[in-house]
Ligand binder design. Structure first.
Ligand code: BG6
Length: 497
């Protein structure tokens, strides 16, 4: 087990949703497994006035409601004793002077040795100003990083297009060096996403066929049945392309397509991932019109319930031009992948929640069976189920028992739930631990984030300048017809999930 050194963890945006739902449950779970040293202290910072006791009670409620394990009174007591709250506006230096005092006191009383992990879980407009105020208060300094650390974990969205991401990064870099910045993409914290690396690079049988010669196309789907819920205000400024495709899906794609890294270490892994992104051509007006489809849901039915359209959701502009669905075709122009399309599809209010990667292999070059036997022939398919129902399956043809040769596709299945008698840690739990340990392998490096924006920038601007044909799919359907047409043009269909 890897145990990090003691540290003070400071969460900005401590009264927000992310802290309640993900960060506190993640930290509590680490504490319960004794993966957090007992000296660790947590300071929540937000604007509202809140006594420590009230903050602790709210955090406990969050852990109880969203945590993966039941709360144990003894463990909670120990954890809560080191939980403090500081009310401070993010854009004024005074609060940061108080923060510095609190941290110094923790260092002296609990032996946190000057180690600091700052987590930006606020609205994105506060990211640079918080970093600047930390710098002014002298809190970003870690010397040469060997004796103590000061790290900044930055939530998404990291910018809203290429220019704003560059500006944000430049402002963070005035205060924090790249090695101190941990850009979260929680998909990388998912066990099943890490398992893609193990499947590819821990087994010898996949690598020889993992290329354009054997793989016809790759499909990556992130489908959600939920709508935007209470996040309409944020989402309406973002949309599916920025919210899911530019980050989570391009990260998954780069793991599927990368070359084997020499070592499973942050530089090697991230070097290989960014090479994939560099091989993907950037969208321009022509490819935006040809290879990408956007959608926005109208009212419909999900699970037998009538649900409103996107434009009727709270916080959303009734004439909104925001995409809640994206489908696209990307090419990775290198020796391994040239000619093998990658199809990406994501949407809100689709019929079910499912994230998966499917590797569609080419059909057998010749089938020596009677044509009547091969009507239902389906090429091999390797499906990696990221969530839910985590696992993988391989489809192949088998002979139907009987006197003649009839073929039917069957599958071999691996399910995490059956194979391992333990539950997977939550993505945030894993990533918090890694950030405390100083392991940035599962965080996005700046050149990856920048390249991901470069690829999508032309599309983002093309779409924001032209009104979408919205709404163009019913809640509870698989998205607009144009998404099917995108596949049909290449003689393919989306996998039915
Ligand atoms: C977040 C997006 O990054 O990922 C949300 O902002 C989305 O809109 C969520 O619902 C999906 O995450 P997961 O882990 O449920 O697939």
């Amino acid at each position: 087990m890897r145990t990090p050194p003691p540290a003070v963890i400071v969460i900005f945006g401590a009264t927000g949703d992310l802290t309640q739902r993900k960060l506190m449950p993640g930290l509590y779970s680490l504490a319960a497994q004794q993966l957090l040293p007992p000296e660790t202290a947590v300071i929540g910072v937000a604007r509202s006035d809140l006594p420590d006791e009230e903050f602790r009670a709210r955090m406990r409620a969050g852990v109880e409601a969203h945590g993966a394990i039941p709360v144990d009174d003894g463990v909670w007591e120990g954890f809560a004793r080191r939980l403090r709250y500081l009310s401070a506006p993010f854009d004024q230096p005074e609060g940061f002077a108080r923060l510095r005092e609190m941290i110094a006191e923790k260092d002296a009383r609990h032996g946190t040795r000057g180690n600091r992990l700052f987590y930006l879980a606020t609205a994105p407009e506060f990211f640079p100003v918080i970093a600047e105020n930390l710098g002014r208060a002298g809190l970003a300094d870690e010397g040469d990083g060997t004796e103590r650390f000061a790290r900044l974990v930055v939530e998404k969205p990291f910018g809203e297009d290429l220019a704003s991401a560059r500006e944000l990064n430049a402002r963070l870099n005035v205060v924090f060096r790249e090695r101190q910045v941990y850009r979260i993409d929680h998909y990388l914290g998912k066990e099943t996403v890490q398992n893609l690396l193990v499947l590819r690079f821990g087994n010898a049988i996949f690598e020889p066929i993992w290329n354009r010669r054997y793989i016809d196309h790759v499909e990556i789907t992130v489908s959600e049945d939920l709508g935007v819920g209470t996040r309409g205000g944020y989402y309406d400024q973002s949309g599916a392309l920025r919210d899911i495709v530019q980050n989570h899906m391009l990260q998954v794609l780069s793991i599927v397509a990368m070359e084997p890294p020499a070592r499973f270490e942050s530089r090697d892994v991230r070097d290989e991932k960014v090479k994939v992104l560099r091989a993907i051509p950037c969208f321009d007006a022509a490819s935006a019109a040809r290879d990408a489809v956007r959608g926005q849901y109208g009212p419909g039915w999900i699970g037998g319930e009538r649900v409103p359209g996107y434009r009727q959701e709270p916080g959303v502009d009734p004439a909104s031009n925001t995409d809640t669905f994206v489908a696209m075709r990307l090419m990775v122009e290198n020796w391994r992948w040239s000619g093998t399309p990658f199809y990406l599809r994501t949407g809100k209010r689709l019929p079910r929640r499912a994230t998966e990667v499917s590797i569609h292999f080419k059909a057998a070059p010749h089938l020596p069976f009677a044509t009547t036997a091969v009507e239902s022939v389906a090429p091999n398919l390797l499906t990696l189920r990221i969530q839910p129902d985590e696992g993988a399956s391989l489809r192949f043809l088998a002979k139907v028992p009987g006197p003649q040769i009839d073929l039917r596709p069957v599958s071999m299945d691996f399910a995490y739930g059956n194979a391992f008698l333990r539950t997977s840690p939550e993505a945030y739990e894993r990533l918090l631990l890694d950030a405390l340990l100083g392991d940035s392998t599962l965080f996005a490096r700046w050149d990856e984030v920048e390249r991901a924006w470069e690829i999508m920038d032309g599309l983002i601007h093309h779409w924001s300048a032209t009104p979408g044909p919205f709404p163009n799919y019913d809640a509870g359907s698989w998205g607009p017809e144009a998404a099917d047409a995108l596949m049909a043009r290449d003689g393919k269909v989306w996998r039915r999930l």
